[in-house]
Write a protein that binds this ligand. Structure first.
Ligand code: PHE
Length: 340
């Protein structure tokens, strides 16, 4: 019994002397661990003479309960103290305004693509998406460029390791896809998307860039419809006073083919740095769809006619914002991208 009394005293003194949580845990191991003194004392009940056994057992249990409660509350106090210390040392002013989350934005190419798309949508053009991986047949042959046709040199091509499979060099193969799907119904679509060319990268040319192709097929679709569409588009995008000039050109899949210029948005035709003194900016290639191409799309060229145009989105953005280097678009430099 006197062993029990001294155990109680020692344990309580030790508990009160614990400086921190780690100390408390050590204390707990010492008294309540597998070889802990309290548990050993309880086990000793078997060695006590039978007459004293009951009292001994009761006393041992009382001490066990008492120490357990004392330990629990000491631990709770210690945790509270640590928390308060922590709150004081790393004081946090919850009334300060929060830091704003940085908002993302759409890439300038996406913004302009959507802007241009919505202008054509207002004019009744649907959006038709077609594949970026094309076959030689659709990218060239069905557009009137048989193998070895010299006009293929206009588009330096990325070929894949699969013969006849390539990255489209323009959105024009989409003309074939949409015609074959829609014929003999009339068509008024734009075909937006990425194109690829195996070119030296310079300030003016990239190996990837976006185009928007336009295609209208129907009865009596004429060059004046093409002109009217382009002028309306240029004025919606660049301002109502824009003048448009049409030059004769060549594309294998249109006849006649034209190149469309717009009077310079900086100098309105007087001549400046942007238009290199000419007063004009080139905005797209276009023309009347060649009968053989209509036929390849499933349309009877004696009944139907059509116009097509194609423009580079990045070129348009460069004109709109005065960007002088096309390489900025895919360089992922936030200093550039955050300006839009
Ligand atoms: N596909 C042509 C190019 O990439 C542009 C174009 C489209 C020309 C439609 C005429 C008609 O250069």
């Amino acid at each position: 019994m006197s062993d029990l009394a001294s155990l109680e005293k020692r344990a309580l003194t030790g508990l009160n002397a614990c400086p921190d949580e780690a100390g408390l845990r050590d204390w707990h191991t010492q008294y309540f661990g597998k070889q802990g003194e309290v548990l050993l004392a309880i086990k000793k009940v078997g060695e006590v003479p039978p007459a004293e056994r009951r009292t001994y057992g009761q006393e041992a249990n009382r001490i066990k309960e008492l120490l357990t409660t004392a330990y629990d509350s000491a631990l709770a106090r210690q945790k509270e103290k640590a928390l308060n210390q922590d709150l004081e040392s790393a004081a946090l002013d919850v009334t300060l305004p929060g830091r704003p989350v940085r908002r993302g934005r759409l890439h300038v190419a996406t913004q302009d693509m959507r802007r241009i798309t919505s202008i054509f949508a207002d004019m009744g053009f649907q959006v038709y998406r077609s594949r970026e991986i094309e076959d030689d047949l659709t990218n060239f042959e069905l557009l009137n460029m048989p193998p070895h046709h010299p006009a293929r040199d206009m588009w330096d091509t990325f070929h894949t390791t699969t013969p006849g499979v390539l990255l489209r060099t323009h959105t024009s193969p989409g003309q074939i896809h949409v015609m074959r799907q829609r014929c003999p119904k009339p068509i008024r679509v734009i075909l937006p998307g990425m194109c690829y060319r195996y070119e030296a990268i310079t300030t003016r040319s990239e190996i990837m860039f976006q185009q928007i192709e336009g295609l209208a097929v129907g009865d009596n679709v004429s060059m004046t419809d093409l002109k009217g569409t382009i002028i309306a588009f240029a004025r919606r995008l660049f301002g109502k006073d824009r003048q448009v000039r049409i030059r004769s050109s060549y594309f294998p899949f249109t006849e006649p083919s034209i190149e469309v210029d717009m009077d310079c948005i900086v100098c309105s035709g007087k001549g400046c740095g942007l238009c290199k003194g000419t007063g004009w900016l080139e905005i797209m290639g276009a023309g009347m769809v060649l009968p053989i191409v209509l036929k390849n799309g499933g349309y009877d060229p004696d009944r139907f006619s059509g116009f097509a145009f194609g423009m580079g989105i990045q070129r348009i953005s460069m004109l709109m914002y005065g960007i002088d280097d096309i390489r900025y678009f895919w360089a992922n430099d936030l200093r550039f991208l955050e300006q839009f």
